[in-house]
Design a protein around this ligand. Structure first.
Ligand code: ZN
Length: 143
């Protein structure tokens, strides 16, 4: 693929960029935020929907909440997985307490739940905390 669509995780603008430009230096044409932050950033419902529908790069979301013990335990593992996966996929987090609409819209019943999107569709879903290595292989297998 010579060019790809990537939603800015900061302002929600859908950017189009040459695949060769994908990397830590890629910036949003609207707000200047890094398109590949290199870590799992928090997103809101609107940004998640846009990115899940439009992005040409696989997107993984961790539905979590501050009161959830297993979610907090998995956070550092998820962060490690984001580093490990590099530019193969973008990993984001959605706080289901702050964005309850999102949990309902995606039918989230238990947390942590991870969902992997690729090509505008949900490809896989996994409920329950996992160590970094398992997250990485799950993402690679799902996308
Ligand atoms: Zn932006």
């Amino acid at each position: 693929m010579s060019s790809m669509k990537l939603t800015c995780l900061d302002c929600g603008q859908v950017n189009r960029l040459p695949s060769s430009k994908l990397g830590p230096g890629a910036k949003c044409g609207t707000c200047g935020a890094r398109l590949m932050p290199g870590k799992a950033v928090e997103v809101d419902f609107d940004t998640l929907q846009k990115a899940a529908r439009n992005d040409d790069l696989p997107l993984v979301v961790d539905f979590w909440a501050p009161w959830c013990g297993p979610c907090r335990m998995m956070a550092p593992e998820y962060a490690k997985a984001a580093t490990e996966l590099g530019d193969q996929a973008r990993l984001v987090k959605l706080n289901t307490e702050q964005h309850q609409k999102a949990g309902t819209a995606y039918g989230i019943r238990g947390i942590p739940t991870m969902a992997a999107f690729a090509g505008g569709r949900e490809r896989a879903r996994q409920t329950g905390a996992m160590p970094a290595a398992s997250i990485v292989s799950w993402v690679r297998g799902a996308t």
